[in-house]
Ligand binder design. Structure first.
Ligand SMILES: [Zn+2]
Length: 330
């Protein structure tokens, strides 16, 4: 059995940071402007190496604008707002309630239009997945069923209304998995599961035990890069009947204290390991990374070029997330 490579690109812009106490708004805005300049080059790269991706779209980006009926109201009063005990202020506190021209980091219908247009014309078979409406934390014990359901339905309703797309794959924000039964009810067949780490910790609640787990996990990650340990490769697993989870193996992007060339090296190791073991190597990245300065494009191209060379040798196949269940489910 050949190895499998699966690439996901999460499209969320500044919404990735809404759980934070502080955001550098100037920086996220400038990145979102750069993403718009770079996006055609991203398409050209994928097309050149014939690598399909799963594009996980955040629902709020499908909007051109949003507004409040009166200034005393919170944004999106039609949506449940989470009451996480660790959260500083309201979940939508950064939502500017303006439009794409004024605040391009928070709206992205122009970007999603381009992605859908590209995906429909591409010579390879891409997939459009769902990344929730507002980057909600599904695995948090305080994320209610009502909230999970609203986050899913709002995003899939927007996809249906704007593009007539019904997503089959769900990517949990911050890989914080929860409410799988809701995914199944809404027609999803595939999701990105928690990455295999020694001490997985995505919890935002600031307890000493979570701090310890997070920092041990980061320290181990750091060591794994400098000691050139290959990443995990995985087998998709049917978690609920008809719903298959595949862990993300490598979050590809700039990491603190780790040069991008080491991350690229790890990606190549992952591809080789998937080939050797006949398993799946899932790599995921964020569209905003293509808008950051530096050598992201050239490093990312090295990975795609390696994928192409191994596919040309018939050692590797490329699949989107919802294609993975077929034939790779033990
Ligand atoms: Zn809004």
């Amino acid at each position: 059995m050949p190895g499998v490579f699966s690439l996901s690109i999460d499209v969320e812009l500044a919404w990735a940071f809404v759980h934070r106490k502080k955001i550098d708004l100037t920086k996220v805005t400038s990145i979102s402007i750069n993403v718009r300049k770079a996006i055609n080059n991203v398409f050209a790269l994928l097309e050149n190496y014939e690598v399909a991706a799963t594009w996980n779209i955040l629902g709020h980006l499908i909007l051109n604008q949003c507004s409040k009926e009166n200034p005393n109201e919170l944004p999106h009063s039609d949506m449940p707002h989470p009451k996480y005990s660790w959260l500083n202020g309201d979940w939508y506190k950064y939502d500017p309630c303006t439009n794409v021209n004024e605040d391009p980091a928070w709206y992205g219908k122009d970007i999603v239009d381009k992605i859908v247009h590209y995906v429909r014309r591409s010579k390879v078979h891409h997939e459009i997945g769902c990344h929730s409406f507002s980057h909600q934390q599904f695995g948090d014990p305080e994320c209610t069923e009502e909230l999970a359901k609203a986050e899913i339905t709002k995003c899939i309703d927007l996809m249906k209304a704007e593009y007539n797309i019904s997503p089959k794959t769900f990517a949990f924000p911050r890989d914080y998995v929860g409410h799988l039964d809701e995914l199944k009810k809404h027609g999803f067949v595939s999701f990105r599961d928690v990455p295999p780490k020694l001490y997985p910790c995505t919890k935002l609640e600031k307890t000493p035990s979570n701090y310890l787990k997070t920092y041990s996990s980061l320290a181990l990650q750091l060591l794994s890069y400098y000691f050139l340990f290959p990443p995990h490769v995985v087998t998709p697993k049917e978690t609920l009947h008809g719903l298959v989870g595949t862990p993300g193996c490598l979050a590809y992007g700039k990491k603190p204290m780790i040069p991008l060339k080491l991350v690229t090296f790890k990606a190549i190791q992952g591809i080789n390991k998937a080939i050797q073991k006949g398993k799946v190597f899932t790599m995921y990245t964020h569209l905003r990374d293509f808008g950051a300065n530096g050598n992201f494009f050239s490093n990312f191209e090295k990975v795609l070029s390696y994928v192409k060379s191994k596919r040309d040798e018939s050692k590797l196949v490329v699949k989107t997330m919802s294609e993975l269940p077929r034939g790779y489910n033990e």
